[in-house]
Design a protein around this ligand. Structure first.
Ligand SMILES: [Zn+2]
Length: 337
């Protein structure tokens, strides 16, 4: 048995329609706060789209504090951004390089053309969440994150010194060092990047359910992520990047990128900290570090979790005529009591 604050997930995809209702319900069980990503089929690039989505989600939401993001690209209007800011419609802006991941076809191809937007965010102390991959033709997917640090993120940091940045779902030791050695930047880490590596992903049979962007890296990188997460280091916190896709779309000739981890993510994280005897850092990784980075108040009531050994995990959750594939790693299950 252990006691922790109700966790926060600072990076989640709820998607749209009845799928979002299904996924939000699962999120409500586990998280006191969720930061929701804007890459819908029609990305949330303006006030009209954001308002519509926001109202739908808030109507369905039961218990979590939902923080919204907008999809920042060259077509965003400054007037619209100001309107959304004044009315507190969004909490952070999300930057996707063009075609980096699911629904990023409206993403940014030249980061330098985004200067006026970065100034706006910096001036109003609005956080910028970044999918940090340099995506160009013939680039090796294993090198994308490192290249982004060198070619793009370094430029942003140099030119916008007070911009608050979250480097999302980091996967490499290079990103760990980069975040540690620069001011005003923190990083989220996912469950699956903490627990999997190239060997578990494609060293035996290929596991489409683990296919995601950024792609899962080797154990050297995995170890660096585990080490920094377990240490409770204040610049690193949990963002699941949980992204539901239907089973028929995952086990398919063109498997889409995304791991749906919401159902068991907290159980997996607690078990990781438990076996490494670092449960005293769980609140930091799951609640405190993220809230501190974003300047958010949090619910500091403690909740009890108990460990069930050799639990029978539900591999699939039925959704309409299809399923979602639940990500789980460990044999033991931590559940709130
Ligand atoms: Zn994501």
């Amino acid at each position: 048995m252990l006691k922790i604050f109700k966790p926060c997930d600072f990076h989640v995809h709820l998607r749209e329609g009845s799928l979002s209702q299904f996924v939000l319900k699962e999120n409500n069980k586990h998280f006191q706060k969720i930061l929701v990503m804007p890459n819908l089929e029609n990305p949330l690039t303006n006030a009209e789209l954001l308002l519509k989505y926001r109202n739908k989600i808030l109507k369905m939401n039961k218990s979590s504090e939902v923080l919204f993001t907008i999809y920042l690209n060259n077509n965003c209007s400054m007037r619209d951004l100001n309107y959304m800011r004044k009315n507190n419609l969004f909490f952070a802006a999300k930057l996707y390089p063009l075609n980096a991941t699911t629904n990023s076809g409206s993403g940014v191809s030249d980061i330098k053309k985004m200067a006026k937007y970065f100034s706006f965010l910096e001036g109003h102390n609005i956080p910028l969440c970044i999918h940090g991959e340099h995506v160009h033709e013939n680039d090796d997917p294993y090198e994308r994150e490192k290249k982004f640090l060198d070619l793009e993120l370094s430029w942003i940091i140099k030119n916008f010194k007070s911009l608050k940045i979250t480097l999302e779902h980091i996967t490499t030791k290079d990103s760990v060092s980069f975040v540690k050695s620069n001011k005003n930047i923190s990083a989220t880490i996912t469950t699956h990047h903490l627990l999997e590596n190239t060997h578990t992903f494609l060293g035996g049979n290929l596991r489409p359910e683990l296919f995601c962007k950024p792609i899962i890296k080797s154990s050297i990188h995995q170890e660096a992520l585990q080490k920094v997460a377990l240490s409770g280091s204040s610049k690193f916190f949990f963002g699941s990047d949980s992204a539901p896709h239907l089973k028929s779309r995952k086990y398919a000739p063109a498997c889409c990128a995304g791991v749906y981890s919401t159902k068991y993510s907290i159980s997996n994280i607690i078990e990781l900290f438990w076996i490494n005897k670092k449960t005293s850092n769980l609140n930091k990784f799951l609640t405190l570090n993220g809230c501190k980075h974003y300047g958010l108040k949090y619910d500091n009531k403690s909740y009890k979790y108990k460990r069930i050994k050799n639990f029978k995990f539900q591999k699939y959750s039925k959704f309409q005529n299809d399923h979602l594939i639940n990500y789980n790693y460990f044999k033991n299950f931590w559940t709130e009591v």
